[in-house]
Design a protein around this ligand. Sequence first.
Ligand SMILES: CC(=O)Nc1cc[nH]c(=O)n1
Length: 109
Amino acid sequence: MTDVPNKITFFEFLTPLITSGKKTITIRDKSESHYVVGSQVEVFTLETDQKVCDIEIESVEPIKFDDINEFHAQQESLELQRLKELIKEIYPNTNELFVITYKLMPNNT
Ligand SMILES: CC(=O)Nc1cc[nH]c(=O)n1
C-alpha cells in the first residue's frame, strides 16, 4: 500500500497567498497529485524547507493545461496569464495536470 502524502512544497513567493487564505488551489502534475481528500498536509517552502502552515485537502481533479481559466486564476490569486506562464515553466512537457483544492488549517503554535 502506498503512503498518504503529508507534505507539499510551494515556492516561497506564493506562501503569503496561502497563509492569507487568498490562494486555495494548486495545480500539479501527476507525480504530485497523490493527495487524499480529507488528509492534512504540511506546507513547506521549496527553497528553504521552512514549515509554513497546514492545509486539508478538499479535492483532487484532473485538468488539461488548455482548460486553466479565469476561475482557477482567481483561486490561485494570480493573473491568468501569469498562472499559465508559471505552470508551463514548472511543467513544460505535460498537458495533463491536477487541480488540488485545499483549506487552510488554524495555526496551533
Ligand atoms: C514547488 C512547486 O512546484 N510549487 C507549485 C507548483 C504549482 N503550483 C503552485 O502553487 N506551486
